[in-house]
Design a protein around this ligand. Structure first.
Ligand code: NAD
Ligand code: DAU
Length: 348
């Protein structure tokens, strides 16, 4: 049986990756390591917590001694590293927290993996999950490819870029077998409602203002999170060592257009007068250093591994909105903070 460590599996993308791996690979023992920060929520994965091939470990990747001991105890065959501080606005308030988790935490995992595996790297793999934000901002034209130079603008993207560089350096210097992916904006279920799509869905439900930063003419490339989990599975199993793959939705939206679309669909679903939710749009002060446009060229992963998104944006958004409307309790637990009690009930 292979032992696989997934970090950050109680978060948004991590919970989808853990669920995908636990269900699809009964012969793998999946260890989900998560510190349960504000973004970690065990309710995100309660459907798989009693599976025999799943183990939850509460712990902080910044704790070097703990991470070393964890690797010595379990001798993992592979690592999928998703744990991170992930929100750009928070990184502007507290950059050091991002350096600790995203840079030092990644270093601790790299060191532990290298030391544990160095006698024989055969069959081992360190998979670092990163973001398209490391490439900085595009103008009106062009796409990010795997060879686009790094040019991060926010403390979040600078910390992710730094961790990407260390992963590459460990590959070059010590021969650590790694793969790395840079993905665009994800959306879907279990997304913490501080990020644009779940925040705005929640605010529309509760008739609260929709704070659009600046003039709203910023572009993001949106990918359904379950398609990201499928891409991660493919890269983990079939990607080439020491290679980077870009993952994206070929699905660019200006924020203001996306917000208007959300408003329209939500009015229909909530049986409100057309235009009701649009009245909640409020233009607010811009995010400092706000990147104008992200857009991914995902042709490498498409050509080499045969991946492409399985759902259209219309289908993905429909599923996503329905999920939030049908899971009001999840939203309520997250916004009230009571989701933190779940760990105490289940694991203490
Ligand atoms: P998230 O904030 O929803 O979840 C992060 C998880 O990591 C949480 O469960 C949290 O408790 C855990 N964590 C944080 N600090 C930790 C620490 N010190 N030790 C152990 N666990 C810790 O994040 P997400 O949006 O799911 O992103 C997951 C990964 O994917 C991140 O590495 C992020 O950079 C990357 N990514 C995200 C997106 C996106 O659109 N959300 C896109 C591309 C890449
Ligand atoms: O591109 C991948 C990245 O996508 C990931 O690496 C990050 O972890 C993830 O958080 C996301 O970053 P963004 O900053 O693009 O996502 P966010 O949802 O915070 O914002 C999306 C866009 O919407 C961005 O242009 C800022 C804008 N925005 C966001 C919020 C929360 C608003 O206009 N108002 C808001 O209230």
């Amino acid at each position: 049986m292979k032992k696989i460590l997934i970090t950050g599996g109680a978060g948004f993308i991590g919970s989808h990756v853990v669920r995908h791996f636990v269900n699809k690979y009964p012969d793998y023992q999946i260890f989900n390591l998560d510190a349960l920060t504000y973004a970690g929520n065990l309710e995100n994965i309660k459907d798989i917590e009693s599976k025999s091939n799943y183990t939850f470990v509460k712990g902080d990747i910044v704790d070097e001694v703990f991470i070393n001991e964890l690797f010595v105890t379990h001798n993992f065959d592979g690592v999928l590293h998703l744990a991170a501080e992930s929100h750009v606005d928070r990184s502007i308030e507290d950059p050091l927290a991002f350096v600790k988790t995203n840079v030092i935490g990644t270093m601790n995992l790299l060191n532990a993996a290298k030391n544990q595996w160095k006698a024989n790297f055969g069959g081992k793999r360190f998979y670092h999950i990163s973001t398209d934000e490391v490439y900085g901002s595009l103008g009106a034209e062009g796409l990010f490819t795997e060879t686009t130079p790094y040019d991060p603008n926010s403390p979040y993207s600078a910390s992710k870029a730094s961790s990407d560089h260390f992963v590459r350096a460990y590959g070059e210097t010590y021969g650590l077998p790694y793969v790395l992916t840079n993905c665009s904006n994800n959306y879907g279920s279990y997304h913490f409602p501080e990020k644009l799509i779940p925040l705005f869905i929640n605010n529309i439900i509760n008739n609260k203002p929709l704070p659009v930063y600046g003039d709203g003419n910023y572009t993001r490339d949106w990918l359904f999170v379950e398609d990201h989990a499928i891409a991660i599975d493919l890269v983990f199993h079939q990607g080439k060592n020491h290679e980077t793959y870009n993952i994206g939705g070929f699905n660019e939206w200006k924020n203001i257009d996306l917000v208007r679309l959300l408003c329209k669909i939500m009015d229909q679903k909530l049986e409100r007068e057309p235009g009701t939710s649009q009245n909640l749009i409020t233009y607010v002060k811009d995010r400092p250093g706000h990147d104008l446009r992200y857009a991914i060229d995902a042709s490498k992963i498409n050509k080499e591994l045969g991946w492409k998104p399985s759902v259209t944006f219309e289908q993905g958004l429909e599923k996503t909105i329905n999920w939030y409307l049908n899971n009001g309790e999840w939203l309520q637990n997250v916004t009230s903070g009571s989701y933190k009690e779940y760990y105490e009930k289940q694991y203490s």
